[in-house]
Design a protein around this ligand. Structure first.
Ligand SMILES: Nc1ncnc2c1ncn2[C@@H]1O[C@H](COP(=O)(O)OP(=O)(O)OP(=O)(O)O)[C@@H](O)[C@H]1O
Length: 505
């Protein structure tokens, strides 16, 4: 066997002397050093030993268990380790039956993560990344980003990746579809990478995730966690409702979707049939206990006379309702703005953070179709007045207990130039991809907010959308609970038992 060591860099070649033809052009080839065989052998032995040690350390638990069983079998015969294995399996089975959530958390998910690391991600890593253009070759050597960790959730895998030096997350965002196809996922989202930071808190060792440059999380969505509609959420006690986050649906990871109302305004954008109504009604439902307690009022502006008219009796009893296109709706907004100014004058220098009370209830102004008031209304004067009132409410109302929830079908600027006055925005199904960034802010679509790809089939996609939370630039996929006509009637009957309108029957 010939052992040789070649230098292969450009400029390191040498002329090959052995030429039979004296007139032939000189031939160039890499210089070759012949190495002693024992040295090559020693290097390879050390390499193998290091690899074996790494594998043993990485799999320390199964390796230790297998070694202990082997030693017991050798010392006392095979019956003892066999009995131990059966006992452990029985104990694990009992754990799985008795406390499934903790079993899934401690055993199921880590085992599944390990399995998917080996069978899916490590196996296909090199070919998929090379095809997607995420590896680099330098001096004939291929450099690949490496997998740090894999975590499995119920519907998606998260893979923590150490990028190549000089790579940035947007290089991965651009090839997200390639990665999804390559690893058999429905879609891939790229998130800021994190690292664990351990710290002492009152004598307890805690861990928190801190952003880590050079790393990214790849979220491989295996199946749509929000594909099944969610029924209306149960009504809570008034003391359980938190205006800093009322629960109106669920997030993709299965946790509750909390919509902040206190100290903000919310814009809901979605094409027709996208499910704006379910967000509005889930919010009203979540607020109902506080509405009945007199601590929250809903003022409803209903240009379409469809969605909110179901709850007319409720709004009229505990707040206000208007669907008058000839000026009534604008008057309602102006009244809200006037009251808000009076509150601001009363609170000035006295109240710093708003707490709802019977005298000053938290007021939620819901406008079902903003564009009707700001763009489509035929009377210019009314449009201007509506815009002015909305601008006052959204720019100054947050700190004095006002929250405007506006819904609109069209996200374009010409239709609603007050968009930026709504700090919290929800993008439901949108007709065009450009509208996603208009609603959620620049780069939201690249970061995975594919609102234009939400299914138009109501059972699958209605009420599904993307939100951006204050704490992170990454959009979160959510679905609102579906409050159907029956639920609305039930809410109205609860709130207005003596109501005799046909809807309340
Ligand atoms: N969260 C949801 N889960 C399941 N289905 C829903 C949900 N929200 C709405 N739907 C279904 O989608 C249909 C359309 O919803 P909705 O009327 O709320 O849409 P919209 O965005 O308000 O439309 P438009 O702008 O035309 O009024 C509803 O009739 C209902 O069947």
């Amino acid at each position: 066997m010939a052992w040789e060591f070649r230098k292969t860099g450009p400029g390191e070649n040498v002329a090959v002397e052995a030429q039979t033809d004296p007139f032939a052009a000189p031939k160039w080839a890499p210089p070759v050093w012949h190495m002693p065989e024992f040295l090559v052998l020693a290097v390879n032995v050390v390499r193998v030993l290091v690899r074996v040690a790494v594998v043993l350390i990485r799999n320390i638990v199964p390796v230790s268990a297998a070694s202990a069983l082997a030693w017991l079998g050798h010392r006392f015969g095979w019956q003892l380790p066999a009995a131990l294995v059966v006992l452990v399996l029985l104990a694990v089975g009992a754990w799985a039956v008795i406390d499934r959530p903790s079993f899934v958390r401690c055993i199921g998910r880590p085992v599944r993560a390990r399995w998917r690391l080996v069978r899916v991600y490590r196996r296909d890593w090199q070919p998929v990344l090379t095809t997607a253009g995420l590896s680099r070759t330098h001096k004939r050597r291929e450099y690949l980003p490496s997998i740090v960790r894999v975590c499995c959730g119920p519907t998606c895998d998260r893979v923590l990746v150490r990028m190549l030096k000089g790579q940035a997350p947007d290089a991965w965002e651009k090839v997200a579809p390639n990665l999804a196809h390559g690893f058999g996922a429905q879609l891939v989202r790229v998130r800021q990478g994190t690292a664990n930071r351990w710290y002492w808190d009152a004598g307890v060792l805690r861990v928190r995730q801190v952003p880590k440059p050079g790393r990214i999380w790849l979220e491989f969505v295996r199946k749509d966690a929000l594909a099944v509609p969610m029924p209306a959420l149960p009504l809570l006690e008034a003391s359980e409702v938190d205006l800093r986050g009322v629960v109106i649906g669920r997030q993709e990871d299965g946790s509750p979707w909390r919509l902040r109302l206190l100290g903000t305004h919310v814009l809901i954008a979605g094409a027709t049939g996208a499910g704006k109504g379910s967000i509005i009604w889930s919010t009203v439902r979540a607020l109902l206990p506080l509405i009945l307690a007199g601590l929250v009022e809903v003022w409803a502006v209903d240009p379409k006379r469809m969605e909110l008219s179901f709850g007319r009796a409720l709004f009229e009893r505990y707040g206000r309702y208007c669907d008058d296109p000839t000026g009534g709706m604008v008057k309602l907004l102006e009244d809200a703005a006037t009251d808000m100014n009076e509150r601001a004058a009363e609170f000035a220098g006295v109240v710093r953070s708003f707490t709802p009370s019977h005298r000053h209830p938290f007021r939620v102004v819901i406008v079902d179709e903003l564009a009707f008031l700001t763009a489509y209304c035929p009377e210019r004067d009314l449009r201007k007045r509506a815009e002015a009132a909305l601008a006052v409410l959204t720019s100054q109302g947050r700190s004095v207990g006002y929250c405007v929830i506006g819904a609109q079908q069209d996200a374009r600027k010409e239709v609603n130039n007050l968009r930026n006055l709504f700090p919290d925005r929800i993008a439901l199904r949108l007709d065009e991809s450009e509208q996603v960034d208009m609603v959620l802010g620049d780069g939201a679509r690249d970061r995975g907010a594919l609102a234009d790809q939400i299914s138009p089939v109501p059972a699958i996609g209605a009420g599904v959308g993307f939100v951006r939370l204050e704490t992170s630039p990454d959009p979160i996929r959510v679905r609102a609970a579906f409050v159907d006509d029956h639920d609305i009637r039930h809410m109205v009957t609860l709130a207005v038992p003596d109501d005799s309108t046909p809807d309340a029957a």
